[in-house]
Design a protein around this ligand. Structure first.
Ligand code: ADP
Length: 446
């Protein structure tokens, strides 16, 4: 995704990869690609010294961290700058502040942005119980360094609390090497709505409106769209204003996203700020008619915003589906294998961002998401129809995937009505259930 924009603006790219990724599209697209030596892919992509060494060998000017691995790692951003290179992202201290959910919530609160009732807890079990009863049940146990829904537990009663705290701590330590946790009021069936922002590092910031990301499984996004359906303009504008305020107050540099949850009465609460490009950024690109990676490069190069707020308009509707290799029949466990066939009929209103190609081995080393389908329409109905048609025409053979599940979501009447919240997939579980093909279906297909 990033190399395509670099080429469009006339900049060459040097890629790094792990052996397992040697045939990945980013390796063949880049001018040069350097293999990182490490046993595991994770080990390679987290090796700051090796990556900086490659950058120095090729005398690169800047590093784009992508969206995973080191993209929200303040030590990496600091190391890039220390070596006289430009990090295409925010300042290391801002990454560190926003990466700590306890600190970032405090920062939001100090700046008048609402947060859900919460408590940080240390020490004796009695403290936890006291704080928990103040917040009330159900509540969420969350990891301070959390991400991807890891280290999160819904706790329904006092009896469950201590065991859940213990297991959330263990998970937080395993995934983030940081066992700090906090308690937060559980909002029933909230929507997840986030605001894209850009900052110039000097206190000027603009927003690029909202993304609706309420279709989630295990607190992870599955379908995203922009604009958010059935959201009052007044609340949307208040959220945009709050997001810009946080970007201004942190003197935010480059692209970031401020995430909120919104309750059934449209009261919104700050969740966290992601200090990188988000997976779901294309829906914003389609409705705002911008290239966010190009904006990131321009900001990193000039420390100036490419647009004023009044230049940014939202037009039409865009929907993104995350295409994952997983087995809907096996509780969505990641599926592995070889992609035997991959074909996607492109049109001007369909975009297929993929990290795989025909013949690629899908291993368990990476996240199960392999591609994203993003469709545009003049309005939501058109975007839904376009997405349904595109999912129908998409062919991924060889590895089990969630395309049939996405088809069911997109054609669901409750989804079509825009009544969205983060329990939608759970609530509609039965009507979204996988229907395996029968023999007569197969005959019909042939
Ligand atoms: P992570 O950083 O692990 O993704 P988040 O804090 O961003 O965790 O939350 C992930 C998702 O969990 C949200 O999008 C939302 O659906 C749900 N969630 C988070 N906080 C709450 C809350 N207080 N009440 C209800 N649901 C929540």
């Amino acid at each position: 995704r990033i190399i395509r924009t670099l080429h469009a603006v006339g900049i060459e790219a040097i890629a790094v990869y792990h052996h397992e990724d040697r045939t990945a599209p980013h390796v063949s697209l880049a001018k040069e690609a350097v293999e990182l030596t490490a046993e595991t892919a994770t080990g390679a992509y987290l090796d700051i010294d090796q990556i900086i060494q490659v950058a120095k060998t090729f005398s690169v000017q800047a590093i784009h961290p992508g969206y995973g691995f080191l993209s929200e790692n303040s030590s990496f951003a600091a190391a890039v700058e220390q070596h006289g290179l430009t990090f295409i992202g925010p300042q290391p201290n801002v990454i560190a502040l926003m990466g700590d959910k306890i600190e970032s919530r405090r920062f939001a609160e100090r700046n008048g942005v609402p947060v859900a009732p919460s408590a940080t807890v240390q020490g004796a079990d009695t403290d936890f119980l006291r704080q928990a009863s103040k917040i009330g049940f159900p509540l969420l146990v969350k990891a301070a360094a959390g991400g991807g829904g890891k280290g999160m537990r819904i706790v329904h009663s006092e009896e469950q609390l201590l065991a859940d705290i213990e297991s959330a701590r263990g998970e937080a330590l395993r995934y983030f090497s940081d066992e700090r946790i906090y308690l937060e009021k559980y909002i029933e069936k909230p929507r997840h709505i986030e605001i894209q922002v850009l900052g110039d590092g000097k206190g000027n910031a603009i927003h690029l409106f909202e993304r609706e990301c309420s279709i989630q499984r295990r607190f992870q996004k599955v379908v995203e769209e922009s604009p958010a359906p059935n959201l009052s303009i007044r609340i949307r504008d208040a959220m945009c204003e709050a997001a810009v305020k946080l970007a201004q107050e942190t003197r935010y540099l480059n692209a970031g996203t401020v995430e909120f949850i919104v309750d059934s009465k449209e009261k919104f609460y700050f969740l966290e700020m992601n200090t990188r490009l988000q997976v779901e950024h294309p829906v914003t690109e389609l409705v705002c008619g911008v290239d966010l990676v190009e904006a990131q490069i321009e900001i990193a190069a000039s420390k100036q915003l490419p647009w004023q707020q009044s230049d940014i308009k939202q037009a039409g509707h865009a929907i993104e589906c995350r295409i994952c290799c997983e087995s809907p029949e096996m509780e969505f466990q990641p599926a592995t294998g070889v992609i035997r066939s991959l074909s996607f009929p492109s049109t001007p209103v369909r975009r297929f961002d993929n990290g795989v190609h025909q013949g690629q081995i899908i291993s368990a080393s990476f996240d199960s998401m392999v591609a994203k389908l993003i469709c545009f329409g003049q309005n939501r109905e058109e975007a839904i129809a376009e997405t349904a048609a595109a999912l129908n025409e998409l062919v991924i053979l060889g590895v089990e995937n969630n395309v049939p599940f996405l088809q069911k979501i997109i054609s669901h009447p409750v989804f079509a009505a825009g009544h969205l919240h983060n329990q939608f997939l759970e609530e509609q579980k039965d009507s979204l259930q996988h229907t395996p093909l029968t023999e007569s279906d197969l005959v019909a297909l042939i």
